[in-house]
Design a protein around this ligand. Structure first.
Ligand SMILES: [Zn+2]
Length: 104
């Protein structure tokens, strides 16, 4: 695998997990691995690109983006699709190590 140098986990909320959001907004949320700023981008990849893996529906290919804060590019990968509170909790438990590192 030819991996880009910096990657961060993205989250795409759907269904119940997105109830408090505008239904027209379909965003991938992430934390910049360069500066730690939180960001969001429009989800570009179709839902058919997401597959069940490691207990979650994920897009392992991910999407490239640029941080609005530090202007550096990186890859959001994997993008994990969460559809309810239960999955949110499970996601946080599984990915908490990654999220804590990048929340500095
Ligand atoms: Zn940044």
């Amino acid at each position: 695998m030819n991996k880009p140098s910096l990657e961060t986990v993205g989250v795409r909320y759907t269904g119940w997990a997105a109830l408090n959001r505008d239904p027209l907004e379909d965003h991938v949320e992430y934390t910049c691995p360069h500066c730690g700023a939180r960001g969001a981008k429009s989800a570009r990849r179709p839902r058919s690109a997401y597959h069940f893996s490691d207990g979650f529906v994920q897009d392992l290919q991910g999407e490239a983006t640029t941080c609005r804060n530090c202007k550096q590019s990186f890859r959001v990968s994997p993008v994990v699709m969460l559809h309810d509170q239960d999955e949110k909790r499970r996601f946080k438990a599984v990915f908490s190590a990654d999220l804590e590192v990048s929340s500095n």
